[in-house]
Design a protein around this ligand. Structure first.
Ligand code: MN
Length: 494
């Protein structure tokens, strides 16, 4: 692939402009309130084109969201068909592991054009997302930190609740490298210095989503960002902490996660579709804020966009790891109904009896949060839930094709993972091998519709609009004025 940098996609603005020129950007001109209203509007548009909110009440900055909530758009950004994106990620990770392209530190960058004298996080248009949320959250910023023993850099995405002009609380999930760094610093009574990079380019965003099974704690996953860019990622020195920042970020918030301090955090509407329970959590004291002269704030809705980010890298990693053990693996998809974490569908061309069950076990091992793995033949469209269900309905026998593993490791965010445990369900929905005539799939002749003179009537009424939600409201007094680019189908289905 041609790297993002060669196509000029090195920051959030260039991506937004790239999409706008291609008719793939929705622009909201009406000023919206960052408290609930903004995300209410965004949710109506979720899964379609990315959205630029030009005016957020009470803030000087526009806001972008939804860059990754449609896989066709992700494919457009990476100049590859949506279905190829997980393979592109898998190749980037493999190349990086074999031959890392390390980031470089440059003297200055757009991200520190302005150094704020007056530290006030409340100037940011960080939204209150969901109805019961505990306050204004940053949920898409990429945290850089350094291992307190080895100095190896880490990049990861965490949620932050703004609790004061220079104070936030945050979530540090178990098993994340940042949590490990912090716990070792805290044991010595030391804070952990971080930079919080808001509004980064897709290369950094996806690098931060590389699972730890692909980027272990002794490796700096920002090298994957270099790989996706096609050139060394540019970093800058921070003003007040010993950790670098992304040179092309929109905002950089520098700070320290304080030792032995926990302050209230939550609730927050999480990727699972449930609220994270309020609790005393890790606390950040902000020491500096820098920004571009004209920054665009970045946020995400905790939904399809997260499923795609976690999913694309998870799928890539599962594909790499399972393919090393099981022949004939073709495609992997982490479904949206499975929150991008919990349900995988694997397409394969089994080389013999028993390989589909091997694939189930290897897939669970490759991505521990998974609760359910369905394996289908490669004539099934894994992106189409009805097609996968068809395979279950016609090729699966619960008496012999079901694998149940009670009480294996669970995922902390899942409300069913009591005590960190979760039962795993494997479904072998591949046809018997070798495939009997009885299992031949019906096919019609392939034709090219453009060769036919066809008159169609009005489109048939549909339950949902193309993007899966009601159409955007028409502009009228009091309504939200929305300019919609060319509609695209949601969910990367093709
Ligand atoms: Mn890491």
């Amino acid at each position: 692939m041609v790297g993002l940098a060669a196509r000029g996609l090195i920051d959030l603005q260039s991506c937004v402009e790239y999409l706008r020129q291609r008719g793939r950007l929705t622009v909201v001109n009406t000023p919206v309130d960052s408290v609930l209203e903004l995300c209410g509007v965004a949710q109506k548009l979720e899964g379609g084109n990315p959205v630029l909110f030009k005016h957020v009440k009470g803030s000087d900055y526009p806001l972008a969201t939804g860059l990754y909530w449609n896989r066709d758009i992700v494919g457009l950004l990476f100049d590859t068909p949506a279905r190829r994106v997980p393979f592109l990620m898998a190749e980037a990770v493999n190349t990086w592991r074999a031959n890392p392209l390390e980031p470089v530190v440059v003297p200055s960058g757009p991200a520190n054009e302005v150094v704020e004298h007056d530290l006030d996080l409340r100037k940011l248009p960080a939204p209150v997302h969901a109805l019961a949320d505990g306050g204004h959250y940053l949920d898409s910023s990429v945290v850089f930190a350094k291992d307190p023993d080895t100095g190896v850099r880490n990049a990861s995405i965490h949620r932050f609740l703004i609790t004061g002009p220079n104070r936030m609380t945050m979530q540090l999930d178990e098993g994340r490298h940042l949590r490990d760094y912090y716990e070792r610093a805290e044991k010595r009574g030391a804070p952990l210095e971080i930079t919080i990079n808001n509004g980064v380019d897709p290369a950094i965003h996806f690098a931060a989503c590389v699972p730890s099974s692909a980027a272990p704690i002794d490796r700096d996953e920002l090298g994957v960002a270099s790989q996706l860019l096609g050139e060394p990622l540019q970093l800058i020195k921070a003003q007040t902490v010993g950790v670098e920042a992304a040179a092309h970020a929109q905002f950089v918030i520098e700070g320290r996660i304080l030792p032995d301090v926990r302050e209230p955090e939550g609730p927050f509407g999480e990727v699972t579709g449930y609220y994270a329970t309020p609790a005393n959590k890790w606390t950040v004291e902000v020491t500096a804020i820098t920004r571009r002269r004209q920054p665009t704030f970045h946020t995400i809705l905790p939904g399809i966009e997260v499923y795609n980010c976690v999913g694309l890298l998870g799928e890539a990693n599962v594909f790499n790891l399972v393919s090393a053990q099981v022949p004939g693996i073709k495609e992997v998809f982490f479904t949206y109904g499975g929150c991008g974490f919990y349900h995988a569908v694997v397409a394969m061309a089994p080389k013999g009896v028993g390989w589909a069950k091997q694939a189930i076990m290897a897939t669970f091992a490759a991505f521990p949060p998974l609760k359910m793995v369905t394996v289908v033949d490669d004539d099934v469209d894994i992106y189409n839930p009805s097609d996968v269900e068809w395979a279950l309905a016609t090729r699966f026998s619960a008496a012999k094709d079901l694998i149940l593993i009670p009480d294996a490791r669970g995922h902390e965010l899942n409300p069913m993972a009591a005590g960190g445990l979760s039962s795993k369900l494997g479904l072998d929905a591949t046809a018997p091998y070798p495939r009997p005539k009885l299992f031949e799939r019906v096919q019609m002749q392939a034709v090219d519709l453009s060769q036919y003179d066809i008159e169609t009537g009005e489109p048939a009424p549909v339950v949902e609009a193309a993007n899966g939600h009601e159409p955007a409201p028409a502009s009228e007094s009091g309504a939200v004025e929305v300019e919609v680019g060319v509609p695209v189908r949601r969910n990367g289905r093709r």
